[in-house]
Design a protein around this ligand. Structure first.
Ligand code: BGP
Length: 480
């Protein structure tokens, strides 16, 4: 039976806006995430156009990768990482997104990071845009709704592609691009929130604006891929989707059809465009029903066809059910979107349903659809960790979650899918994207940083650190 291949890319994932801090250092500008306050599971984080005195903006310091990158990369190396997923903070390179030339200090920071990774033979996997849209572009264009943003993005991409040649091979264009199909994606991903001041959970559901903005992202993504294929033949470029796997709540055909519809719009639509190079036929009817009209410019269709992805990546945390019967059902939460509770599954404290077998199912579905190499670039359990008196963290719940998911990935490989690698989310503690909390931790490494902004940023290895090291050493055969 097949198992993880030789050279399988084991590693961990992060994003600059949740990890780097140093939000206004060395010429960096403010991104959408820098305008987000902290929150919690019960009290949502807010986005504020003006900075409020006395309010905590957790991305500002985050867990300070900016000043700890050497220490952190050494820890990653100790676990045996082969790959390190990170993002470049667009506003470190172009502070408002609109400058003519890049900020050299920002470029140098990533040179140092890539050089440090190279020292250990760790391959960077770089997300070009991970919830880090320059706030200047929100004010000037209503974020990605403005077609002009494509050109600003391409200037940024051209600069980083040229600069990091020989240092980076694997790139992802937009993190969780399909978050744009969901209202909260307007804040984090699309930035179509000019003037909006309020909780990220209450942003108006403006589908016409969101899907037009998403079209601009598709074009920008395809243009970047085309550029890479033409000028940087070593580069491999992937998409990145938030895969919120759905099951029909019952075998009632109405539930099955509803589930198919949700799977298509939320999970398949974006990658169908990015992997096949054209809008899928099923979307026309839904656009009509929702009164959405996409304005395309001449050449857009050709660009989409010319800029298809080299590999498929996704985040996987949970699954949920779909039903048309509103009477039955308990709702569950989730990353940007929830669904109907599945009676066979348990949920985390944040209400995300834990479903390792759903990962096997999802991997097989993706493979069947595209036959492209796949990478799981986010997965993990957000949980509260307790420090023992002697400074240890016994996170058996996290080990248990990851063990079950890796076992199911192995099953999927045995089923015949082509899996390139695995980068569990937040391998070191970072700020939560959905709530802005520090209390929701994913890491193998604990960071001394708390929700009131205190903490000395010291790093400590959790039990899961030693466990994951063993998993990597054994190429996924020893999960004990
Ligand atoms: C994904 C994002 C990440 C991340 C993760 C965990 O949606 O790509 O940025 O944070 O989810 O979510 P959270 O931090 O809300 O627990």
């Amino acid at each position: 039976m097949k198992t993880f291949k030789e050279g399988f890319l084991w590693g961990g994932a992060t994003a600059a806006n949740q990890y780097e801090g140093a939000w206004d250092i060395d010429g960096k500008g403010a991104s959408v995430s820098d305008h987000c306050t902290n929150g919690s599971h019960t009290s949502p984080k807010r986005v504020t156009p003006q900075f409020e005195e006395g309010t905590l903006y957790p991305s500002r310091e985050a867990t300070d990768f900016y000043h700890h990158y050497k220490e952190d990369i050494a820890l990653a190396n100790e676990m045996g990482f082969k790959v390190f997923r990170m993002s470049i903070n667009w506003t470190r390179i172009f502070p408002t997104g609109m400058e003519e030339s890049p900020n050299e200090a920002g470029l140098q920071f990533y040179d140092s990071v890539f050089d440090e990774l190279a020292k250990y033979g760790i391959e960077p996997l770089v997300t070009i845009s991970h919830y880090e849209l320059p706030y200047g572009l929100v004010e000037a264009y209503n974020g990605w709704y403005g077609r002009e943003v494509i050109d600003h993005f391409m200037r940024y991409v051209s600069v980083i592609f040229a600069r990091y040649q020989g240092k980076v091979r694997y790139w992802l264009t937009f993190n969780e691009i399909n978050s744009g199909t969901m209202p909260m994606g307007a804040v984090l991903s699309l930035g179509t929130i000019r003037g909006y001041n309020g909780p990220i959970t209450e942003v108006p559901d403006e589908k016409q604006i969101r899907f037009q903005a998403l079209h601009h992202q598709f074009v920008a993504s395809a243009k970047s891929i085309k550029l890479a294929h033409e000028q940087y033949p070593d580069y491999k470029i992937g998409n990145m989707c938030l895969f919120a796997t759905k099951y029909p709540y019952s075998c009632n055909p109405d539930d099955v059809l509803e589930c198919q519809k949700q799977m298509r719009i939320m999970n398949w639509f974006c990658s169908d465009v990015q992997a096949r190079g054209y809008y899928p036929s099923y979307i026309d009817r839904w656009f009509e029903e929702q009164d959405i009209t996409i304005r395309m410019e001449p050449g857009d269709k050709e660009i989409l066809l010319e800029g298809t992805i080299d590999f498929y990546t996704f985040s996987y945390y949970m699954s949920a059910c779909e039903s048309t019967d509103l009477a039955v059902i308990d709702k569950v939460g989730g990353n940007l979107v929830g669904g109907v509770a599945n009676p066979y599954l348990e949920a985390s404290e944040w209400g995300w349903q834990i479903d390792p077998k759903g990962l096997r199912y999802t991997l097989n579905e993706i493979w069947d659809r595209y036959q492209l190499p796949i990478m799981v670039v986010e997965n993990g359990l957000g949980a509260r960790d307790e420090l023992t008196e002697d400074g240890k963290i016994h996170d058996s719940y996290r080990i248990d979650y990851l063990r079950k998911h890796i076992a199911q990935m192995r099953e999927a490989v045995a089923d015949g899918i082509d899996l390139m690698g695995y980068t569990p989310w937040g391998w070191i503690d970072i700020v939560s994207a959905s709530t802005g909390e520090m209390a929701k931790r994913y890491g193998f490494v604990y960071v001394d940083k708390y929700d009131d902004g205190t903490g000395d940023l010291g790093r400590r290895k959790k039990d899961s650190f030693y466990w994951y090291k063993k998993v990597i050493e054994s190429n996924g055969t020893d999960l004990s």
